[in-house]
Design a protein around this ligand. Sequence first.
Ligand SMILES: [Zn+2]
Ligand SMILES: [Zn+2]
Length: 263
Amino acid sequence: MIFVDTHAHLGDPQFDADRDSIFERAAAAGVTRIVEIADHPDEWARAVALARARPDNARCTLGLHPYYADLYDDAFLSKLRAALNATPEAVAIGEIGLDYAKATVPHDAQRRAFEKIAAAAKSWGVPIVVHCRDAYPDLVPMLQKIFPERPVANRFWGVIHCFTGTPENAEACSNLGFALGADGPVTYKKNDALREAFRRAGPEAAVLETDSPYLPPQSMRGKRNEPASILEIAAKLAEVWGVPLDEVARRTSANAAALYRWP
Ligand SMILES: [Zn+2]
Ligand SMILES: [Zn+2]
């Protein structure tokens, strides 16, 4: 069985002492592919270096997290475009998005940055990694406007990473052509509503992610998360969908390959 961790932050200093062993433990768990996410332009070079050092196992993304959306200006898109052109390892733009729970940037500035970057990504043919906290009522209509038609073939416009919305949000996003990222929270005891969202959306659009070092699954709560914990998330989805674990591996890995165009 082969798994893909579609979202991790392994450049985080918390991994400085044992980064190589994190990749080894991931591979031993069947997690042979990891996508490193860069949230801020100052992190882009670090993410690219991490991916470039592991061409068989890692790719990266370049983003501007809603926490930093006030950095968006007219020069940003040309800087992003130049960085993407110089970086074959970069498979998506993200994280970008809306965070009404923790970000201090005003909502209208977040929406403006997200809309501009998402529209540019679409025109460039690059998928996006969307971060959304407590903002689905604004996010869904924006996605409908920017991505009015379905993506071609079995592709996705992007992923709603760490999906934590309602079953209705899940249906709306997957109907628009977005994948849904399942993380540690699907394993938390209290999260029956989230499991119901993934049950209803089914395996068609789901991808696995850890968001390491954040969001450890139930058995590791309070600890540093790492990509090997994909197995615990996959096992929970196998329960939710009533399918064998190898079916979860096969479906989510195929979705990840389609999402990031990493065959
Ligand atoms: Zn995020
Ligand atoms: Zn993240």
